[in-house]
Ligand binder design. Structure first.
Ligand SMILES: [Zn+2]
Length: 199
């Protein structure tokens, strides 16, 4: 495998199941699925990429990277920093502000240094991952998606999930702007069930 299908944007990384291998994959935006690797942000946070192996599994579950790619502890640490910069930036934008300059610089650095080339291959856009450190390049695709989503959300609005403990992010493209949850399969169902119990 030389790369991952990119389609129109990095977000459409193949068909992903809402729940897969303990990950939350129900969000349609790749960068925000990555944010969801730390879930329950306003409750008891759950770290879903506690080890380099789990980071590799998450990348593969999102059609990024190569089966046998090495992932180091230090890359895991950088990945978490990237994730938190995406979350911080998205929260700032959802709250009507702008990302802090340090978070923007970090996202820009990932794009400038590590992003692999996007190529047409038989009419399909694919990221061509390098043989050296493909996991880092795969994370840079996440960073690219974050920049494209945070800075270019034409046709949608970035919002914070309203489920009480989540604080995940999503792009609301619904007519009337009524979407409230990062994913129907997780937070939407949780809220619905809680409401049923109450009624
Ligand atoms: Zn949520």
């Amino acid at each position: 495998m030389t790369g991952s299908s990119a389609a129109a944007s990095a977000s459409s990384a193949g068909a992903v199941r809402p729940h897969s291998d303990g990950f939350r994959l129900g969000n349609d935006v790749l960068a925000f699925r990555f944010v969801a690797t730390l879930s329950e942000r306003r409750g008891d946070p759950v770290e879903r990429i506690p080890t380099p192996e789990r980071l590799r599994a998450w990348l593969l579950a999102n059609s990024l990277g190569k089966q046998d790619m090495p992932v180091s502890e230090s890359l895991l640490k950088e990945a978490r920093e990237l994730r938190e910069a995406i979350h911080r930036s998205g929260v700032a934008i959802a709250d009507g502000g702008a990302p802090d300059p340090a978070a923007e610089r970090l996202l820009n650095r990932w794009n400038a240094r590590h992003r692999p080339p996007l190529e047409l291959d038989g009419g399909v856009a694919r990221w061509r991952l390098p043989d050296a450190d493909p996991a880092r390049a795969a994370l840079a695709i996440v960073a690219f998606d974050a920049v494209a989503t945070l800075g270019g959300h034409a046709g949608g609005v970035i919002k914070r999930c309203e489920q009480a403990t989540c604080d995940g992010l999503f792009v609301d493209t619904s007519r009337g702007g009524r979407r409230r949850w990062c994913s129907m399969a997780t937070c939407g169902n949780k809220v619905k069930k809680a409401n049923l119990k109450r009624s």
